[in-house]
Design a protein around this ligand. Structure first.
Ligand SMILES: Cc1cc2nc3c(=O)[nH]c(=O)nc-3n(C[C@H](O)[C@H](O)[C@H](O)COP(=O)(O)O)c2cc1C
Ligand code: SF4
Length: 457
């Protein structure tokens, strides 16, 4: 399974364009059987995530479903709502843009006074919009009216209905963000029927599930169950979502509500990516698995596990132990989309370093994701290794990481390649980079080349 990963590859209006399509089709071609499209918003937001908020967008999602289905894979949309008043902030941003436009028109007409006044107005509204966004991220969960929550639920259901029309196979309910904040005993301070007791805190989540099932009865519904795990020092990790005991109780309620599959994951709150996507050395491998195992013992629907399952061997062991039914490889599939195909043939897999450099850092800087080890990410439609021209002998001077990748690509193109390395080991400066505490996982990059280089033992 490819779990939800916001990519930034979508078009400006959130529709699926060529870049997105090529990325997801590449995963399906590599043998991924179930692909989840991360953070699909049911409303128009300023965030660079996919959006299925209007009927006009349905054909682009149909193209996605068709492309993935060609390779036998299934595709889900992870529907989410951010934890802020989207229309409220949106109106302010539009107001700021309108004032800026009026300022530019005044400038073009030589009216400097109006230009200055309109620019000041635009900046002031923008400042207020950011202040509201910041405030909402902390407080919207408690301040949203029942009417607002109902509208959000209806928007999610309408988006699910559009997904069904597009031929999408499943909806994944994003148990984090607004829904997870409502479930949380830490963040949710409401005193109405959506706050207080466990039953009240999970009420909205169950209502969302019911609304999706009613609006899109042909679709499978999966739930990303956000669990507050423990940090290595014993402190709780994250504030949204549910403590393990409550998560297990909730899993049973979800099964009763007709959920088809549960993905047990680390809880994340107010978009804090570090909680769910720890870099190398920060959390143990498979750190959410103990709760997945508990959930699996309680429900009869399939349970997926996600989080630092880096190798195929680790995934196989989880399946053999019966600890989970489905293995989600997130960053690992960014790094090598052919995990499934290579597992079948025994070809070495380029394993993710959990460095978070090309993927998480890019998203946090509002760019699109790419992997430091995979030059094709996001450019699958245009970049591919092509056969070489004629018989050439290539000498690569230096077995550092760049030399090794150049050699790999040249060999794939059919050239006769020799690497010349002065020292007795490969990797160059990567070996230094891996020396500090908690950085040794970087060496997976070099180990991959050691496995694929003929003559290197
Ligand atoms: C760049 C990036 C974007 C992500 N976006 C989402 C998202 O949109 N929704 C979500 O629920 N999780 C998101 N995640 C978390 C992943 O689904 C997954 O839980 C996490 O990467 C841990 O799995 P891994 O160790 O196999 O990468 C994202 C992860 C990454 C690396
Ligand atoms: S950039 Fe690093 S963490 Fe992200 S997918 Fe690539 S190797 Fe993995």
């Amino acid at each position: 399974m490819f779990p939800p990963l916001t990519t930034g590859y979508e078009e400006r209006d959130g529709s699926i364009g060529e870049r997105s399509l090529a990325f997801y089709e590449r995963l399906a071609r590599g043998g991924v059987s179930y692909i989840v499209i991360g953070d699909v918003a049911p409303v128009m937001t300023a965030s660079p995530t996919p959006k299925l908020a209007t009927d006009a967008q349905i054909p682009t999602f149909k193209a996605l479903a068709d492309a993935v289905h060609k390779h036998g894979a299934k595709v889900a949309l992870q529907l989410f709502h951010p934890e802020y008043d989207v229309p409220g902030v949106g109106r302010m941003v539009m107001g700021s843009m309108a004032a800026a436009k009026a300022a530019q028109e005044a400038k073009a007409a030589g009216d400097e006074e109006t230009f200055a006044a309109k620019m000041a107005e635009s900046n002031e509204i923008r400042k207020q919009a950011y202040a509201k966004l910041h405030h909402d991220m902390q407080h919207f969960v408690n301040e949203a009216s029942v009417e607002q929550l109902t509208q959000i639920k209806e928007a999610i259901a309408a988006s699910a209905a559009r997904a069904q029309q597009a031929g999408i196979d499943a909806i994944e309910v994003h148990g984090d963000r607004l829904v997870g904040s409502l479930c949380s005993a830490i963040l949710n301070q409401r005193t109405d029927e959506y706050g207080g007791s466990f039953e009240n805190r999970v009420r909205y989540a169950l209502e969302v599930v019911a609304a999706i099932k009613e609006a899109a009865p042909q679709l499978m519904v999966e739930y990303k169950l956000p669990v507050i795990m423990e940090n290595p020092d014993g402190t709780p990790r994250g504030k949204g979502g549910l403590q393990p005991d409550e998560a297990c109780e909730f899993a049973k309620l979800l099964e009763g509500a007709g959920i088809d599959m549960i993905q047990v994951a680390q809880a994340n709150h107010t978009g804090n990516m570090g909680d769910t996507i720890p870099p190398m050395g920060a959390m143990p491998y498979n750190w959410t698995l103990p709760v997945a195992e508990r959930v699996k013992a309680l429900v009869s629907v399939p349970v997926a596990t996600v989080g630092r399952v880096v190798s195929v061997e680790a995934g196989e062991k989880i399946l053999e132990d019966g600890a989970a039914d489905i293995i989600a490889y997130g960053r690992s599939l960014m790094c090598d989309p052919d995990i499934a195909l290579k597992a079948a043939t025994g070809e070495p897999i380029r394993e993710c370093l959990n460095c978070n450099k090309g993927c998480v850092d890019a998203i946090q800087n509002r760019k699109y994701i790419s992997c430091v080890l995979n030059a094709e990410n996001g450019d699958e439609a245009t970049i591919a290794i092509k056969p070489g021209e004629g018989d050439k002998k290539i000498a690569v001077v230096g077995g550092g990481i760049a030399g090794l990748e150049a050699a790999r690509v040249a060999a794939k193109r059919g050239y006769d390649v020799t690497i010349y390395e002065a020292s007795d080991h490969l990797g160059g400066q990567i070996v230094l980079a891996a020396a500090p505490p908690r950085k040794d996982e970087i060496m997976r990059s070099v180990e991959y080349y050691e496995k694929i280089l003929p003559g290197w033992a």
